[in-house]
Write a protein that binds this ligand. Structure first.
Ligand SMILES: [Zn+2]
Length: 283
């Protein structure tokens, strides 16, 4: 069974217990529902489908895919009548990366056998809005975790679906640390924001959001300073990996232990990028 949580009058989240605590959001209106992302495995997204049909007696009219990563987009095929919304770049990245990766994943994992990608057909770049049943949802480009991330703001209920711009550990190995910093700061600027649904893990409640965002920005600074120091000392992998998640205030058990892998990938990516830049500057 999935974890289902009502997060405001007209919004729920569903959290995967099979992979990385991915969150899918559901916004309800009297003219149908909007799903913000889907869950990694079809049997999980099927629970959302049943909830909408049997408990809400409603249907999903739009699915907003917040970015192209597999763990958020695999369930969209279960809602063939819903319009799929996403960033222009998401569509490109899904064609280039997510679809070939799914072909491989289907060979290894029988539960994915029937999964096919639904590409976004309503496309946005910087900002867009969806108006449904008297409710407005504001979509905003929020790159950093990956170049194509969108956040969804449900202003009436002061609730932000932050996608993977906010995770229990910032993760930019497929994106860009400077963009992520800017996107985190942009969230701090949203007036009267209360609760935040992260792409993975627990919902952030009013009162926690500012502190968590400050910690996330700190983490990015710490990782960056560490990488610079390792490069200055001509250190290698051992020196690079010496900065632990705990040194950055993140317990290693967070996200079912996945944080260490994400942290090491962050550092390796930034190290490789900075080393290349330094070599180029010296040449
Ligand atoms: Zn992601």
């Amino acid at each position: 069974m999935l974890l289902r949580e009502r997060v405001s009058d007209h919004a729920y989240i569903f959290r995967s217990n099979l992979y990385a605590q991915v969150n899918a959001g559901l916004i309800t209106t009297n003219d149908g529902c909007v799903l913000v992302d889907t869950l990694p495995f079809p049997q999980e997204t099927a629970e959302i489908q049943r909830f909408v049909r049997e408990r809400l007696h409603s249907e999903v009219r739009y699915i907003i895919l917040t970015h192209s990563h597999a763990d958020h987009v695999y369930g969209a095929f279960l809602f063939p009548r819903a319009e799929v919304v996403g960033h222009l770049l998401s569509r490109e990245l899904m064609i280039k990366h997510t679809r070939p990766a799914l072909t491989e994943a289907r060979k290894k994992n029988a539960v994915l056998a029937n999964v096919f990608l639904r590409l976004p057909t309503l496309l946005t770049e910087d900002e867009a809005a969806i108006r449904i049943g008297g409710t407005t949802l504001n979509l905003r480009h929020s790159p950093g975790h990956s170049p194509d991330v969108l956040t969804v703001y449900f202003k009436d209920e002061k609730l932000l679906f932050a996608s993977d711009t906010i995770m229990p550990i910032p993760f930019f190995a497929n994106g860009n640390i400077d963009d992520l910093r800017r996107s985190l700061r942009a969230i701090l600027e949203i007036p009267r924001l209360e609760d935040v649904v992260q792409g993975h893990g627990p919902v952030l409640l009013r009162g926690e959001v500012k502190d968590v965002l400050a910690e996330q920005l700190d983490y990015l600074n710490q990782v960056e300073a560490h990488v610079e120091q390792v490069l200055a000392n001509h250190g290698g992998k051992a020196e690079l990996n010496a900065l632990s998640t705990e040194d950055c205030g993140i317990p290693p058990t967070v996200l079912d232990g996945l944080v260490l892998k994400l942290h090491l990938a962050n550092m390796a990516t930034l190290y490789a990028k900075r080393r290349k830049q330094l070599q180029k500057a010296a040449a």
